[in-house]
Ligand binder design. Sequence first.
Ligand code: SF4
Length: 61
Amino acid sequence: MARILVDADKCQGYGQCCYEAPAIFTLIDAPVTYVADVDESLRDDAERAADACPVQAITVE
Ligand code: SF4
C-alpha cells in the first residue's frame, strides 16, 4: 500500500495531480479530493503527481 497525504493548507486546486494520477485525485474544489491508501501499483502515478504539484502539497509514503 502507498499512503497519500495532501496538505490542505497548501493545495491551491491547480489540478496537475489529477492529470498525472486520475485514479487517485479528483478536483471538485480546493483542496483536492483523493484516495489516501492506494495499491502499490499506483505508487509511480502518485509520485508523478507529487512532482507535478506546483506547491509541493503531496506526500507519498
Ligand atoms: S497539484 Fe497540488 S495544488 Fe494542485 S490540486 Fe493537486 S495537490 Fe492541489
